[in-house]
Design a protein around this ligand. Structure first.
Ligand code: G1P
Length: 278
């Protein structure tokens, strides 16, 4: 039912300079795979086949990554290196990749709004922030879990997790009533509150399912935290008009937008992907 996934990828990635001076942060690899490919694989597992990326200047490597590289593929044809491209080739074959630039850095809400031309405004769609890398070694991917929940509730859903209280200022924070195990009916949302003014310690991570009425709501949303159009503010409006759920997902999330999270993810994948150590 949810066929389209939006990947906001216009940010500069300044925390990873100089690595991100000429290379998009979404292309930083965890082992041999760029972050955005993990996100695309998660969306594909969830049933999405249209991968729509909001890009910015200097992001061409993302477009090239999801395209055939004839010269390289010709070079390695018939060698055991071909095996390394099996995953990306399958994505290229089975998905359609579309792109549009954000032009100006006006916040995540604005970036998502730019995606309207790519995902349309008639069907719900997924959003994945590639620097939040999610895995669920014991079962379905996080987006697959969310799509299943969408099928039941048919409303916007944000993935949430608990963090220590002194960390909430880095995130959008929700509060709500637990209506089923791990499912919260949201009654408040605040983008990056001060640690002592937070409604809870349940924070939003980079996985959303949004119903298309969000576009009109974003258009009516005033700049919020840091003078940017915040998706958190638009979702609060949507929750007041109807309902928005917070879903405490099964699995692990690595904050690959920070050096600590990036190293943690690298170690995790290195220790868990035995075949890479052959
Ligand atoms: C964005 C959202 C924030 C969310 C976070 C998850 O913030 O605005 O609500 O908690 O992603 O990673 P950013 O990390 O882009 O500043």
């Amino acid at each position: 039912m949810i066929k389209r996934c939006l990947f906001p990828a216009a940010g500069y990635g300044t925390r990873f300079l100089p690595a991100t001076k000429a290379m998009p942060k979404e292309m930083l690899p965890i082992l041999t795979k760029p972050l955005i490919q993990y996100g695309v694989e998660e969306a594909y597992e969830a049933g999405c086949t249209i991968m729509a990326t909001i890009t910015g200047r200097g992001k061409r490597a993302i477009t090239d990554h999801f395209d055939i590289s004839y010269e390289l593929e010709h070079q390695i044809q018939g060698s055991d290196k071909e095996e390394l491209l099996v995953g990306i080739r399958a994505l290229i074959k089975n998905c359609t990749f579309t792109y549009t630039p954000q032009n100006e850095m006006k916040g995540l809400g604005d970036a998502i709004h730019k995606g309207k031309a790519l995902v349309g405004d008639t069907a719900p769609f997924a959003v994945i922030l590639a620097d939040d890398l999610c895995v669920n070694p014991d079962g379905e991917g996080v987006m697959t879990q969310m799509v299943k929940l969408y099928e039941k509730y048919k409303c916007s859903i944000v993935a949430i997790m608990e963090v220590p209280h002194d960390q909430v200022h880095k995130y959008g924070v929700i509060s709500g009533r637990e209506i089923e195990k791990d499912i919260f009916l949201i009654d408040d949302m605040v983008e990056k509150p001060d640690n002592d003014k937070t409604p809870s310690n349940l924070v939003i991570i980079g996985r959303y399912i949004l119903t298309p009425d969000i576009f009109k709501i974003i258009e009516d949303t005033k700049p919020g935290k840091n003078g940017e159009i915040q998706i958190t503010d638009a979702l609060l409006t949507q929750s007041k008009k109807g309902m928005v759920l917070g879903y405490k997902f099964q699995g692990k999330r690595f904050d690959c937008g920070s050096l600590d999270g990036f190293v943690e993810a690298t170690n995790y994948f290195y220790n868990n992907l035995k075949e890479l150590k052959k």
